[in-house]
Ligand binder design. Structure first.
Ligand SMILES: NC(=O)c1ccc[n+]([C@@H]2O[C@H](COP(=O)([O-])OP(=O)(O)OC[C@H]3O[C@@H](n4cnc5c(N)ncnc54)[C@H](OP(=O)(O)O)[C@@H]3O)[C@@H](O)[C@H]2O)c1
Length: 236
């Protein structure tokens, strides 16, 4: 049976845009007490204008994170939707320095966030990570992203067995139309989406709210733990 999220304390790390913002919005619609974190003040302010509680916290900074969780107090559900886009490209040409930066952007901030939050998560609560389908998609040009996200995904079932008083899962999205893709000029972005759409059984790229829906399912279903579920329009 699914848990009601009414009055549950939710933190969405990386909740100021894209998938994280959609997750925060869906939890709020279910009367949860939602707090989001991010780094960019403008994005946090616009989330606040939508009625979300927002805090500036850089998940690559362990001290900032520890202070934030200590001040916030107990949590029922934690979602980690921190982005990182470095590490794309065919391996023969991939700069290992850039790949290292890719790990700095996503892998270590996610681990920092999990460890800092753990003492504050109520028994029966959950952690849901947002990884990426590149971990298993075997697509050329994505071995770096596969390494970063695969390194996270492989830890999930182990954590779930070690930390049995809460549930730990991940949603692994395919291509989703969010600001993650803003490194591309608009015309290149829409061309890239068209190319992906032609290869994906769903015939289109995903929306942030569709990934959020999968995240709320994992947070709410008390029999789900140690799992990574793909939400990718059939891409993998
Ligand atoms: N979009 C896709 O096609 C796609 C596909 C597969 C997987 N994913 C994964 O989905 C997750 C969410 O991505 P998205 O598409 O929603 O991207 P997004 O719109 O760029 O959202 C990323 C969020 O993370 C925050 N963030 C990044 N680094 C942070 C840090 N060190 N500390 C605190 N907040 C941080 C950003 O806020 P600030 O910039 O203010 O810090 C923002 O709120 C990522 O892990 C991404 O790898 C996305």
């Amino acid at each position: 049976m699914n848990t009601s999220f009414q009055n549950k304390k939710i933190i969405v790390a990386g909740g100021s845009s894209g998938i994280g913002l959609a997750v925060a919005t869906q939890f709020k619609e279910q009367q949860a007490q939602v707090t989001i974190t991010g780094r960019n003040a403008g994005k946090l302010k616009s989330a606040e204008e939508k009625g979300l509680k927002a805090f500036t916290v850089d998940s690559s900074n362990r001290e900032e994170l520890s202070l934030f969780f200590k001040n916030h107090g107990t949590i029922d559900h934690l979602v980690i939707s921190l982005s990182g886009s470095k590490g794309i490209g065919n391996f023969s040409e991939l700069s290992l320095q850039v790949l290292r930066e890719g790990f700095e952007e996503k892998y270590w901030p996610v681990l920092n966030t999990v460890q800092s939050a753990l003492p504050f998560i109520n028994k029966g609560g959950s952690i849901t990570l947002v990884t990426a389908i590149s971990a298993i998609a075997k697509s050329p040009g994505t071995s770096g992203l596969a390494a970063i996200n695969g390194a996270l995904e492989i830890m999930i079932p182990v954590w779930a067995k070690e930390i049995t008083n809460i549930r730990i899962n991940a949603v692994s999205p395919g291509v989703v139309d969010t600001s993650w893709w803003d490194f591309l000029p608009e015309h290149e972005k829409s061309e890239t989406f068209k190319q992906y759409a032609a290869k994906i059984p769903a015939g289109r790229v995903g929306r942030a709210d569709e990934i959020a829906n999968a995240i709320l399912f994992l947070a709410g279903n008390e029999f789900m733990t140690g799992k990574v579920i793909g939400c990718d329009g059939g891409m993998s």
